[in-house]
Design a protein around this ligand. Sequence first.
Ligand SMILES: Cc1ncc(COP(=O)(O)O)c(C=O)c1O
Length: 432
Amino acid sequence: MSLNRRNFIQQSGKMTASWLTIPLLNTPALANKPWQLTDYQGLDVTQNEDFWHLIRQAYTVSPNVINLNNGGVSPQPLVVQDALDRYNRYANEAPTYYMWQVMDQNREPLREKLADLAGCSPEELAINRNATEALDTVIFGLSLQKGDEVVLTKQDYPNMINAWKQRETRDGIRLKWINLELPLENDDLIVRQFTEQFTPRTKVVHITHIINWTGQILPVRKIADEARRRGIEVLVDAAHTFAHLDYKIYDLGADYWGTSLHKWLSAPFGTGLLWVKKEKIKALYPLIPHHEPQSDNIRKFEALGTRSFPTEMATGQALDFHNMIGTKRKQDRLHYLKNYWVEKCLQFPNFKINTSLKPEYACAIAHFSIQGMKSEDISARLFNQFKIHTVAINWENISGVRVTPHVYTSLKDLDKLVKAIQSLCNETIKAK
Ligand SMILES: Cc1ncc(COP(=O)(O)O)c(C=O)c1O
């Protein structure tokens, strides 16, 4: 037992099982050990491998293949998978009764719980299926006229770029592009690239909070402040930041915000969230029409028709699980894991990191390249030879491989990654 942990237990006296343990009680490995996680309550656990080992036990990830593409989508802890199965079985006893009369009762408490974590009013949150749906609701719901300008970057997510391009084609809006050279570690430089594109015709700025390709964090608040000063509305693509970075929506100074819940919250696949500032709800048209499209009730964005209630409801278990860890502790750990493997690889002469190591500019996600080796080949070799799953990323001015650990990733996994990268680096140098 570490000194910290012992001190903490002595100070706090006899610990009782609390809310902190509840989400893990269904997990076989932890079923009889509810005291274990309470031991860590309030402690800095960034480098406490015992704590993260317990978290790993709550997942059902492969012990053999190392999944380092958590930037795509997260696996769910067993409590979430179990809840999803359970709700699905209930629903199948009598779908309209269980889904519309029983499970639907969970929707408002779920909204409140999500609002609690997001740090906003539940009256500003619509539950939907993914970040694409959330952000498309805004992109297509805004009343823009021919000639109105939207500022965005070439490094934004393709679905969002396509949505804006569709509006450009249909409605004659103008897209003003920024081409970011990543990584960036200078807020003024980043903000200036946005403000240089602002004109009196600019109506919206689209900001990707974490750029999925390389993990770059953008200083949303600073860009949003400049936009607001000019009367420009701010849309934030937060697909990668909810339950990853420790912030509240209001901190960003945005008007609209959308995220996935199946990424860092580890909620069931096909879950997302839209936030619209209260006073902006009325003027934003829903993507799927509602009988009162100009209502100021956020629920007008949930007129989807039949959907998977089990999927939505099991999001509650994902929230409990996330809150048990806490966003700050998760962010600190993820940043530690990213820097852990990157710092070791920096000693290889032909290894190049395309992501910042500073906590303000990146967290879990990192992108690297090896001089003399194609990104697809690196990623294929990592899998075929070492059974490490990553993803090759070639997009605009970015070329390399993205590596994304998660809370269940062990240092041993990352040591294997470092060894594998070392072997590819050495091989490339020898082949020269
Ligand atoms: C930055 C960014 N925005 C939007 C999306 C779309 O998310 P979803 O698949 O939840 O629609 C992604 C998905 O990876 C993303 O990385």
